[in-house]
Design a protein around this ligand. Structure first.
Ligand SMILES: [Zn+2]
Length: 351
């Protein structure tokens, strides 16, 4: 027995080829039974290789859990061994289940996959990485949901055929980013091709279905790392900027500005996700403070807003044709996280 396995046994639980009667009647019943972040191993036809999938790193993003539960109940025999890592079991179990991204006193687990691995989340991240290091999977997926609704996409720090092939199992959009946040995909990428899958909204049946169908393809195909000609083309969006509100700015989502907010966006702006917005299409209305209420964050620094937006008669227009995505209509997320991400209409970076 090696030291890694001993120390991991305190942090993680293990299930091997779980039988349907141990899985509860529903994913929620199963989650109720889980006591710790859990590793699930399922033996494949080819036992010399393993594919890995992490999910539930955020406790309120259930598509991957639902997909895994359904897939396990159906007792598929995967083409190769499968290793599943359920990360955020603790926040996910707090009632009402699947409503908390992280423990209120804890850290975001998907920011903890880097030294020094402090605190409970750091220990979980470290144990998950040790598990991956031991098993040496041929690839790794990390399955999430977006906040709000909106279409699916994948995120990676590397763009090559293997990453596009993994993406195409689930979706046809791949965002490549140089930003480093301590996410699982950044750390594991040193050893194995890794793609984050954002299935769409956590309340969307479509997102749960996409996670399930993607998992079936991921587990059943003999080769998931080569792009076949018949595969859909994957659209690659490179190094998006984050468009944020400055801390003191106010925002409203209304069909017409009330005059009380620094920025007014239409309530249906989510429909613009991944569509092209041309320089003569208004995105919303800006108050007297103008563009000073917005920040565009590129490579961890603030960029020149004039290259992103222009204001004409109180309306805000893109300075050049852009593609925006992860657009939120939740004012809390708009204030605490960001309004949306954007690249040029061609998918190239704006800066
Ligand atoms: Zn997430």
């Amino acid at each position: 027995m090696d030291i890694v396995a001993v120390s991991n046994s305190n942090v993680l639980d293990y299930l091997n080829d779980p039988s349907p009667r141990t899985l509860g009647r529903s994913a929620l019943e199963w989650l109720d039974q889980l006591q710790k972040p859990t590793i699930i191993r399922v033996a494949g036809r080819d036992r010399s290789r393993t594919r890995a999938m992490a999910t539930l790193l955020h406790g309120n993003e259930p598509s991957g859990l639902f997909a895994l539960h359904r897939w396990l109940l159906e007792q598929h025999t995967p083409d190769v061994n499968m290793l599943f890592l359920l990360g955020g079991v603790y926040p996910a179990k707090i009632p009402p289940m699947l409503s908390l991204r992280q423990l209120s006193e804890g850290r975001d687990l998907n920011r903890c996959f880097k030294e020094p691995f402090e605190g409970e989340e750091g220990a979980i991240a470290k144990a998950m990485l040790a598990e991956l290091h031991k098993v040496k999977p041929e690839c790794l997926l990390d399955v999430h949901n977006t906040s709000g609704t909106g279409p699916s996409f994948a995120v990676t720090i590397t763009n090559d055929a293997a990453h596009q092939a993994l993406t195409s199992l689930f979706t046809d959009r791949l965002i490549m980013t140089d930003l480093r946040l301590g996410a699982l995909m950044e750390y594991s990428e040193q050893e194995v091709p890794t793609v984050t899958i954002e299935c769409g909204g956590s309340q969307d049946d479509q997102a749960h279905q996409l996670a399930y169908e993607g998992l079936v393809r991921y587990a059943s195909r003999p080769d998931v790392l080569s792009l076949e000609k018949a595969e859909w083309d994957v659209e690659v969006l490179r190094n998006p900027i984050r468009v944020e509100l400055v801390p003191e700015a106010t925002i409203e989502y209304l069909p017409e500005p009330s005059g009380r907010a620094d920025l007014t966006l239409p309530p249906d702006i989510e429909h613009r996700n991944f569509g092209i917005v041309s320089p003569n299409e208004p995105l919303g209305w800006i108050g007297k403070k103008g563009l000073s209420v917005l920040n565009a964050i590129g490579h961890n620094r603030t960029e020149n807003m004039g290259q992103v937006f222009q204001v004409r008669e109180g309306q805000i227009f893109p300075a050049q044709a852009i593609k925006a995505f992860m657009i939120t209509t939740n004012p809390v997320i708009a204030k605490s996280d960001c309004l949306f991400y954007a690249v040029k209409a061609t998918g190239e970076p704006i800066f």
